[in-house]
Design a protein around this ligand. Structure first.
Ligand code: CMP
Length: 136
């Protein structure tokens, strides 16, 4: 079933010049771009986006990190887009979980600096797309 997923290239990915690499992998997988914007992240947007992690020990540093520079916000669309992008991204920890060949496995070392975010369910995708692209 065709669906949409929210992808973020986080500030580490943007500052390392990996936006094109991520977009290229999304497109080569066969997904299409429905929206794309390079933007600074206000604290309120970051809090909304990561609301499910409120209270966790890494919440504050996660918010600081995600608001520390520009992110590329992307809506990718296609058959099984949510699972497809999570496959491209690899597991959350770039070394302990992600395997080589994935974005995190190829480019990351630390869990906080794991380069990309992808929605983890249809409900999350709908919620997150509304936060980042309310007009979509
Ligand atoms: P993401 O897919 O964006 O969703 C939540 C983020 O929290 C996750 O990627 C990681 O970047 C971050 N995260 C998860 N666990 C930890 C942790 N133990 N320490 C720091 N950051 C974490």
């Amino acid at each position: 079933m065709s669906e949409r997923t929210l992808v973020l290239v986080k500030p580490d990915g943007v500052s390392r010049g990996l936006v094109g690499e991520v977009i290229s992998r999304i497109e080569r997988k066969g997904l299409t771009l429905a929206a794309l914007e390079l933007r600074s992240v206000e604290r309120a947007v970051a809090e909304q986006h990561y609301a499910e992690h409120d209270g966790k020990p890494f919440f504050e540093s996660l918010l600081e990190f995600i608001t520390s520079g520009k992110v590329a916000a992307i809506v990718a669309e296609g058959e099984n887009a949510i699972a497809a992008f999570r496959q491209l991204a690899g597991g959350t920890h770039p070394v302990e979980k992600a395997t080589p060949g994935t974005i995190r496995g190829d480019f990351g070392l630390e869990v906080q600096y794991n380069l990309v975010h992808g929605s983890d369910s249809p409900e999350s995708a709908e919620r997150e797309i509304k936060i980042w692209f309310p007009a979509l």
